[in-house]
Design a protein around this ligand. Structure first.
Ligand SMILES: NC(=O)c1ccc[n+]([C@@H]2O[C@H](COP(=O)([O-])OP(=O)(O)OC[C@H]3O[C@@H](n4cnc5c(N)ncnc54)[C@H](OP(=O)(O)O)[C@@H]3O)[C@@H](O)[C@H]2O)c1
Length: 199
């Protein structure tokens, strides 16, 4: 399959890239500062140009989406707007604007995360964004057939514990090798409207 991979240079994206390429797929990488194509998904005005540049694809895979982390009392309206633009609208627009570019039976795989279900201190914007992504996936799935859409919802990666571990006390991390299997399942399987929880 020809797969458009957003966030390909990140921790998650690099692992997804390696696994999908090893399974024989052709990967077109996207990032703001690196990749075959440069695009900021938080600017949906550029998404049409991204799809034009990529040409027809069999799958769109997202491993990008930023949200601010701050104690709730310090959150400003702009922080929640940034979370919405960075992780929700960005991925929603990948689906909406990608419908005509993804093959019939092809798929979109979005990224959410454990904070949709298991809140942590300073994570309210991320919880809000992840929950919205998951609700959108369930809603979009009933309208975009024969195309498919799923989300991958991992807990903190083992590989990220050095960076974020103190924010996730007592929460068991998961190896990226397990997280990428949910991407394989979404891309190569037949399910739609699923949230693959990797915990
Ligand atoms: N790390 C964890 O433990 C963990 C756990 C659960 C869920 N997640 C979720 O997984 C996703 C990836 O996390 P990560 O730790 O792999 O992040 P990361 O290492 O910071 O990588 C993010 C990648 O996405 C690209 N990117 C970021 N914003 C973008 C945008 N607006 N448009 C296009 N590309 C963008 C970045 O490259 P450029 O800067 O060049 O654009 C980078 O390659 C995030 O949504 C995160 O919330 C992470």
């Amino acid at each position: 399959m020809k797969i458009l991979l957003i966030g390909a240079a990140g921790k998650l994206g690099a692992a997804v890239h390696q696994t999908l390429a090893a399974r024989g797929h052709q990967i077109v990488t996207v990032g703001r500062t690196s990749g075959d194509l440069r695009h900021d998904i938080a600017d949906p005005a550029g998404t049409a140009a991204l799809y034009e540049a990529a040409g027809p694809v069999d799958a769109v895979v997202s491993a990008a989406g930023d949200t601010p982390f701050k104690p709730l009392a310090q959150m400003a309206p702009g922080d929640y707007e940034a979370a919405f633009r960075g992780k929700v609208l960005s991925q929603v627009e990948l689906v909406r604007q990608g419908l005509d570019h993804v093959a019939e039976g092809g798929s979109f795989t979005l990224i959410s995360g454990v904070l949709a279900d298991e809140p942590i201190v300073a994570g309210s914007a991320a919880s809000l964004a992840n929950g919205a992504v998951e609700a959108y996936v369930r809603a979009a799935a009933i309208e975009i057939a024969p195309r498919r859409v799923n989300a991958v919802s991992p807990t903190i990666f083992t590989e990220s514990v050095a960076d974020y571990g103190p924010y996730f006390p007592g929460m068991e991390p998961v190896d990226l090798a397990r997280v990428v299997q949910a991407y394989v399942r979404s891309v190569e399987g037949a399910q739609t409207g699923q949230v693959y929880s990797v915990r």
